[in-house]
Structure formats: structure tokens, C-alpha cells
Design a protein around this ligand. Structure first.
Ligand code: SF4
Length: 591
């Protein structure tokens, strides 16, 4: 035991006091430092596969269901958990670290909630730990996404599930090396193919649902059709049979939903942080449903966009790093442990790598458009990531990563310059680093440059739903007015009366079918349908088809070039103004 600092017999001098202090501190300082080490329970071997249930969640209900079924079809025991709700958030707050971003609390809490429910259902802690595993996507950051897995472990430990296994897809390859046994979850070509198919089918089905539901004439019909479609397709995935038949049946049922595409509904794009804009639960106050109830059509962001962004990033980085010609391999060569940058391309066939990345992109787009074609999702364009990068670079450097990087800014600009939607709603979670800087900072500059844009950033933290809803309603009111005004002006310009419109619809019953899509003219679907009907009166089917075929490619390329030039001009104007303002301030200071 250490000597007391103060001897009650006499008052020590300052020198004696320091000596006593040294005597106390030195033994502790001299002890060998013991670093904190986080156990990483993640072993999942082939022998454990038969009795281990892989839990997963995190995307939309359709995606989670298809992933579950597709992997069951490969012989895994998989279970999709519920969409995280406010109860999950409370578990996350109770067992998670302080200061995390909101998706961490929701997703980590959701896992703890699920395991607690298993325990309350009579399963022992040992059985849960031995027979369940949680699989999730991982990343090395740079935002908090890189620390999610550590958060899961911390919360599980504190909730009494010490040793529960959490595996990242990117880690699974290391399991074989660590144990020398066959991997429980094989990360191979079949894994990726299965994942891509499940995700892209979920995307196409969701895109159809959000396009059709606001215009259905029989309330609840779209939900019923989509519900049946999900069950049918999930069965086909699981049994690995009858997939094409299930797709075809779904196409027929969707096409038979009666709709009125002439209803004026403002189109609202939901953008923002990936999880917050994707989830369909309390994590974003069930915003998709709320907007539809308030009379809007929701333009959702598909999960494939995220995949395309990652592939764009890999291609961009490859091109940049290739300029170094491998010299980064020699960085810090003197240091014993240094082999230079692990990303160095010395000895790597760059052209081959480039084509592999391009091939992966074409594959993803190809699978998406194939499902879209079969299910009747017409005229849906996946984003051109080079275009998104170009229009956003002047405001948000393409080299900055984390969250959606420049993509969030690019989406807003794209929505405005191409009149894609009437309103853009950016959902960013409380505590999110990349989305906060984008939404609060750069996006306010974009709306200054494009004052016609109706843009609303909202922060989600699980509380204050009423407050958020009322802010959304205020902006939505403006969007509704805008859509209505544009429709009335067009009717007036073209001299169309309600009676004429009825006659045109009777002559062109295709516009009453859910699978119909009018070519894009303005932000709202009713405006597109109106132009389509007017065009049908003026031109024959042959003339319209040949016009569409001959102009679409060239027009799209010209349009993109104009948009990029316009954005660059706007950015330059802003820089000039800033420069002039800065000079004026200096002049005032000097004079
Ligand atoms: S993007 Fe934001 S909310 Fe998402 S993981 Fe990163 S910090 Fe969290």
C-alpha cells in the first residue's frame, strides 16, 4: 500500500510533499502499460451453419425480405428483423455510447431489442449467443459508419450478451484465415450475385409502389398488390424456382391497378443521409407515408444509387492514384514496418481493374433495367454518377467522402436544374457529421443560387415528430401551389377545357393504366400526362416514336452539357460576388 501524502505528526515542506507525491506516482508509471483491447467475437464456421440463424436488417421492408429469402435459398438460416422503431431507439440510447449519430442508436438498439425479445420468449442467453449471429455491412469510415461494429459490441456487452457475434461482410473473408476452417458465410461471386438481385428487385418494386400509390383509384389496392408480389417473389427466391413466372404475374397485377395520373400532386424527392432517407419506420418519422397522406408523390432514392456511388468512387480514386504511377509504394520505405501505401498501384494492371469496375457498374445497371423492363417500370433513369459529380464539384469537392459525399449536393442541383421534382426534402439524422455539413452548409448556398428551389432540411432524433411534420406541411403547401399553378397555366396555354381532357383520356386509355409513364416535361406527373395527351392529338404514333428515338440520345447529352455549364457559371458568379464583397470589406477597413 502507498504511504499517505500527509504525515499527521508534522506539516511537510514543499520539497518533502513533492517527494511523497513522486513515490506514489512512480510505481504506477513504471508498471507495464496495458492497452485496452476490444474482443472481436465473429467466428462463424461452416460446421455452425446448420444451427446458426443470421440476423440482418437496415434497408426497406422489401429489401430485407428479399435478402432473407434469397439467402435461405442458398441454404442459410436467415431472419430479417423488424424495421427499427422508437423502442429500438430507447434500447440504443440505454446501451450505446454517448454522442453517436441517430442511425447508430436505432440499428444497434434494434438488435438488442430483438435479442431481449428472444430471451423473454424463454431462450437462454447461451442459446442466443451460440445460435444467432448478426451480419451487417461495414466500412472504414470516414464517418461513424466505420465504428458501427464497435458500437454493436459495446451495446451487446452492456445488455448482457457478451460474446454475441457481429460480422461485417468485409470481414468475413478473414474468418477462414483466423480459424483454418470453412467459412460459415461465404463471400464469393454467388454471395454478391444473390445480394445484387435481392437489392435491385427490392428497388424496382419500391419505385413502382411509390409511383403508383398516390394515383390509385381504389384506396389500398397498390399496397395489396405489392404485398402479394413480395410474398410471391420471396417464395421464388427461397425455393429457387418459378422466378420468371412470379415476375410476370406481378407485372400483370401491377398493370391492372386503375389510376388517375391527371391528379395534381407535387413530387417530393427525399434525399439526405443513406439510412435516414431509406428506412420506412420511426427513424424518419415514417416520412414517406406522411408525405403521401398529405397529397404528395414521393420520389425515393434507390439503394442501387449508393452502389453506383461506391463504384464511381472506386473508379475515380483508381484514375487519380494511377497518376502516381506506383511511387506511393515507396513512401516511408525506411521505416521497418512500412511497405508504402497499401493502395499503391505498383505492379497492378490498372486497365484491367478499371474494366472490372466498369463491368460491375454495367452489370448493376443491366440487372436493374432488366427487372424494370419485366415489371413495367418505364422511363426510369438511374443517375449518371459522372454528371452528379461534375455538377456538384464546384460546391462540394469530389474528393471529400463520408456519408453521401458530394452526391447529396448533386441531387439537389439535379432536381432543380432538370425540374425533376417540385420539392426536395433532406433528411439528416441528429449527430450526423457529413449530412450536417452538407445540409446546413453547402445546401443553403445552393438554394441561394437557385431561389426557385423548394428545399427543406429536417433533422431526425426520434422526438418532436409534430414539429417536423408541421415544417414539412408548410413547404409542401408551397409545392402544391406551384404544381397547381403550372397545371392551370398549361391548360390555359393549350386552350384545354375539362371536357376536352375527358375526351382525350377516353381516346387514350393507356394513361389510366398504372404501367403508363408519360415522357418527362415538368416536375409533376399530371403535367407530363397533360403534355402527353396534347402531343397525341398533334402527332401520329409513328411521328412520336421516331421523334423519341432520334432525339433522345443527342438531347440528353446536350442537356447535360448545358446543365454543367449553367452550374459552373453560377459557381463562378458566386465566387466573383464573394471576391467583390471581400474586397469591399478590405476597402472599408483600409479607408
Ligand atoms: S453518414 Fe452520418 S448518420 Fe450515417 S453513419 Fe455517417 S455519421 Fe452516422
Amino acid at each position: 500500500m502507498n504511504a499517505p501524502l500527509k504525515d499527521p505528526a508534522h506539516e511537510p515542506s514543499a520539497a518533502e510533499f513533492l517527494q511523497q507525491l513522486d513515490a506514489q506516482i512512480t510505481p504506477a508509471a513504471q508498471a507495464a502499460p496495458k492497452h485496452w483491447f476490444d474482443e472481436v467475437p465473429s467466428t462463424f464456421t461452416g460446421a455452425q451453419r446448420a444451427h446458426t440463424t443470421i440476423l440482418h436488417a437496415g434497408l426497406t421492408m422489401a429489401h430485407d425480405l428479399f435478402i432473407q429469402s434469397a439467402f435461405r435459398g442458398l441454404g442459410y438460416k436467415v431472419q430479417a428483423m423488424e424495421v427499427p422503431d422508437n423502442d429500438a431507439l430507447q434500447y440504443g440510447r440505454e446501451f450505446g455510447n454517448r454522442g453517436q449519430c441517430n442511425p447508430t442508436y436505432f440499428t444497434v438498439g434494434n438488435l438488442v431489442k430483438h435479442l431481449k425479445a428472444l430471451q423473454e420468449g424463454g431462450m437462454s442467453k447461451e442459446d442466443i449467443i451460440n445460435n444467432y449471429i448478426f451480419a451487417t455491412a461495414g466500412s472504414c469510415g470516414p464517418c461513424r459508419f466505420g465504428t458501427y461494429v464497435t458500437e454493436y459490441r459495446k451495446a451487446l456487452r452492456d445488455a448482457g450478451f457478451e460474446g454475441f457475434r457481429v460480422i461485417l461482410f468485409q470481414q468475413a473473408g478473414g474468418i477462414k484465415q483466423a480459424t483454418g476452417q470453412e467459412m460459415g458465410l461465404k463471400i464469393d461471386a454467388q454471395f454478391f450475385l444473390t445480394m445484387v438481385r435481392a437489392i435491385l428487385l427490392g428497388d424496382v418494386l419500391n419505385a413502382l409502389m411509390y409511383r403508383i400509390r398516390p394515383y390509385e383509384l381504389e384506396p389500398g389496392r397498390t399496397d395489396a398488390v405489392i404485398h402479394n408480389a413480395k410474398q410471391r417473389l420471396a417464395r421464388a427466391f427461397e425455393t429457387r424456382s418459378g422466378f420468371i413466372k412470379a415476375l410476370w404475374q406481378t407485372r400483370k397485377e401491377i398493370a391492372a391497378i386503375p389510376v388517375d395520373y391527371l391528379r395534381v400532386k407535387p413530387k417530393v424527392a427525399i434525399i439526405g443521409e443513406f439510412w435516414a432517407m431509406t428506412t420506412e419506420g420511426d427513424g424518419n418519422y415514417k416520412m414517406h407515408r406522411f408525405l403521401e397522406q398529405e397529397g404528395a408523390e414521393v420520389d425515393i432514392q434507390l439503394v442501387v444509387n449508393w452502389g453506383l456511388y461506391l463504384l464511381w468512387g472506386a473508379q475515380y480514386d483508381l484514375a487519380e492514384r494511377a497518376k502516381l504511377k506506383g511511387v506511393d509504394k515507396g513512401i516511408n520505405k525506411g521505416a521497418a514496418e512500412s511497405g508504402g501505401s497499401k493502395f499503391a498501384l505498383e505492379g497492378v494492371n490498372v486497365a484491367k481493374k478499371r474494366w472490372m469496375l466498369k463491368g460491375a457498374e454495367y452489370f448493376m445497371r443491366g440487372v436493374f433495367y432488366t427487372y424494370a423492363k419485366i415489371l413495367g417500370l418505364k422511363d426510369y433513369h438511374l443517375p449518371d454518377m459522372n454528371f452528379i459529380a461534375q455538377i456538384s464539384h464546384a460546391f462540394y469537392d469530389n474528393n471529400l467522402r463520408g456519408g453521401e459525399g458530394h452526391m447529396e449536393v448533386g441531387k439537389l442541383i439535379h432536381n432543380v436544374v432538370d425540374q425533376k421534382v417540385n420539392m426536395t426534402l433532406s433528411i439528416k439524422p441528429f449527430g450526423c457529421m457529413p449530412s450536417s455539413s452538407v445540409s446546413d452548409g453547402v445546401q443553403s448556398l445552393i438554394t441561394e443560387l437557385y431561389p426557385a428551389a423548394i428545399f427543406l432540411p429536417i433533422e431526425t432524433n426520434g422526438d418532436g415528430a409534430v414539429n417536423v411534420y408541421s415544417r414539412v406541411q408548410m413547404q409542401l403547401f408551397k409545392a402544391k401551389q406551384m404544381a397547381q399553378r403550372q397545371q392551370e397555366e398549361t391548360l390555359e396555354q393549350l386552350g384545354i377545357t375539362p371536357e376536352t381532357l375527358k375526351t382525350w383520356v377516353a381516346q387514350h386509355p393507356e394513361v389510366t393504366r398504372a404501367s403508363h409513364r408519360s415522357p418527362h416535361v415538368g416536375a409533376c406527373n399530371a403535367l407530363d400526362t397533360l403534355h402527353y395527351l396534347a402531343n397525341c392529338q398533334q402527332k401520329s404514333w409513328l411521328a412520336r416514336t421516331s421523334e423519341a428515338l432520334t432525339t433522345s440520345w443527342g438531347k440528353a447529352a446536350r442537356h447535360k452539357a448545358h446543365a454543367i455549364a449553367a452550374v459552373e457559371r453560377a459557381a463562378q458568379d458566386f465566387k466573383n460576388r464573394k471576391h467583390t464583397a471581400a474586397s469591399a470589406v478590405k476597402f472599408v477597413e483600409v479607408s
